[in-house]
Write a protein that binds this ligand. Structure first.
Ligand code: SF4
Length: 468
């Protein structure tokens, strides 16, 4: 069958299932609770699952103990996330004992690995539904089978398939929203499990993205973050499709959208057109998250990153020259197999020269199923720890110095929320680049306030709303 027709037929089935679940649960007015691990892509997937659940008559519950359905959306990118997820899942056994009609479901990247999904099925007999990332849209069908027949449902699809459009989304109310523009990744960095569990890059149709963004603007959203594992490869898989820069310009044309952010980018896919869009389009925020991972060209090669230390430094310099005030943040892994002290010194050197605003740093841990997990020459844990501390101290010093330079400046801050602290009204939000700001003043969420920075504290800026 033609994939589009197949998809439409599949969606029709899903819509019918949603109606039937709603009819079954109408009187009970059931509640759901979702726990999400991992990145923004997972957060947004959970928003879709919440959207489907609300369409089926469920309402949100803050705590698992209050819910009739608990859904855990897992991540397998880091070992820590996986062990945390297993710990959490075990705790739901008590909930099931107290409420035998409770439905427990587990999904996400971890479940896309068939061996892990099988382990969960065997070790946690109280789990009713297990599904992977490729068939998230089929969740209502699985839920219907559990409610009607009280069977356990195990659905992990090997093939990624196309991007499914038209699912309901339950977003948190506010001035900011995530929009997924593509799924999957085709880069196969040797340490990373993502291409193995999320499938190859699949871009959404630009018209669907723009119409979603228009709808968000109409509902009061001012800042959109375009999401994907590798957003700047957007459109490469579409026949004669638009590229990422064209998408940015398209979103910028939407009235009401004031700021556009995006993540994550791969350095090899940063095009001149993207740099021009960042330089020329006021709505595109002056921030790019550009993971470097290592400063050693030899380690970058072993990681299959497809650029050298010099390539990265030249790109960062070119971007900073073209986009005044650009803030670059990054990810760095220390202790990749074979990393010598000299390799690590190259990383420290790159960090000093690239001028990062912040860095998310990690100790390498092998992910089963990736090529790097088979590499010998592992770096000892104690050495990895030492290197991580050294790198963190360097980055913290650089971030603190950059933040200090903001003192006395007046910045335009998009207000994300307001809270009371010691009898004082505090607003918080972000600058046009990437700094978090906390300030006193009368601004409301969604406002763009002028804020004079008076001091810094750890990683954030503090100040007061300026007189207009
Ligand atoms: S670019 Fe590399 S690190 Fe990022 S998701 Fe793809 S394979 Fe993983």
């Amino acid at each position: 069958m033609n994939p589009t027709i197949e998809k439409l037929a599949g969606l029709a089935e899903v819509t019918v299932a949603m109606r039937r679940v709603k009819a079954l649960t109408e009187k009970a007015r059931p509640r759901y609770h979702i726990e999400t691990f991992g990145c923004q892509m997972n957060v947004h997937d959970s928003e879709k699952l919440a959207g489907m659940l609300e369409q089926m008559g469920y309402t949100g519950a803050k705590r698992a103990g209050e819910a009739d359905l608990i859904l855990m959306n897992t991540c397998c990118v880091r070992e820590h996330a996986e062990s945390r997820a297993f710990g959490h899942l075990g705790a739901f056994a008590d909930n099931k004992r107290e409420n035998p009609s409770l439905v427990v479901a587990v999904c996400g990247c971890m479940m896309q690995q068939k061996d892990v999904a099988l382990r969960v099925k065997q070790r946690f007999p109280f789990v009713d539904i297990i599904f992977g990332t490729h068939n998230l849209h089929r969740f209502p069908l699985m839920l219907l089978r559990v409610l009607e027949n009280r069977v356990r449902v195990f659905e992990v699809h090997g093939e990624a398939g196309g991007v499914v459009e038209g699912l309901p989304v339950r977003r948190r109310k506010g001035a900011k929203a995530f929009v997924t523009i593509m799924q999957g990744c085709t880069n196969f960095c040797t340490y990373c499990i993502v291409p193995h569990v999320r499938g190859p890059e699949r871009s959404r149709d630009i018209d669907n993205i723009l119409s979603e963004a228009r709808g968000l603007a109409e509902s009061g959203v001012k800042e959109i973050t375009l999401l994907g594992q590798n957003v700047n490869a957007y459109g490469k898989d579409l026949m004669h499709g638009p590229g990422f820069a064209e998408l940015l310009w398209g979103v910028a044309e939407i009235d009401g959208i004031e700021r556009i952010r995006f993540m994550t980018c791969h350095p090899k896919d940063v095009s001149d057109a993207l740099i021009e869009a960042m330089a020329g389009c006021e709505k595109v925020c002056r921030h790019i998250h550009l993971p470097v991972q290592s400063g050693s060209t030899a380690i970058l090669r072993a990681m299959n990153r497809k650029y050298t230390k010099e390539d990265y430094l030249a790109l960062a310099g070119r971007m900073k020259d073209a986009v005044p005030g650009l803030e670059i943040t990054t990810d760095i892994i220390v202790g990749f197999p074979g990393e010598t002290r000299e390799d690590f010194d190259e990383t420290l050197d790159l960090v000093r020269r690239a001028g990062f605003s912040a860095a998310f740093t990690f100790m390498y841990s092998p992910r089963k199923g990736t090529p790097a997990a088979k590499l010998a020459d592992r770096v000892e844990k104690a050495v990895k720890k030492e290197r991580l501390l050294e790198l963190n101290a360097l980055v913290a010093g650089m971030t603190a110095r950059e933040n200090e330079a903001y003192v006395g400046r007046t910045e335009r801050v998009l207000v994300e929320g307001v809270r009371e602290s010691d009898g004082e009204r505090l607003c918080y939000g972000r600058t046009h680049a990437s700094k978090t700001v906390c300030f006193t003043g009368g601004a409301a969420p969604g406002d763009i306030a002028l804020v004079t920075v008076t001091h810094t504290r750890e990683l954030s800026l503090h100040g007061k709303q300026a007189e207009v």
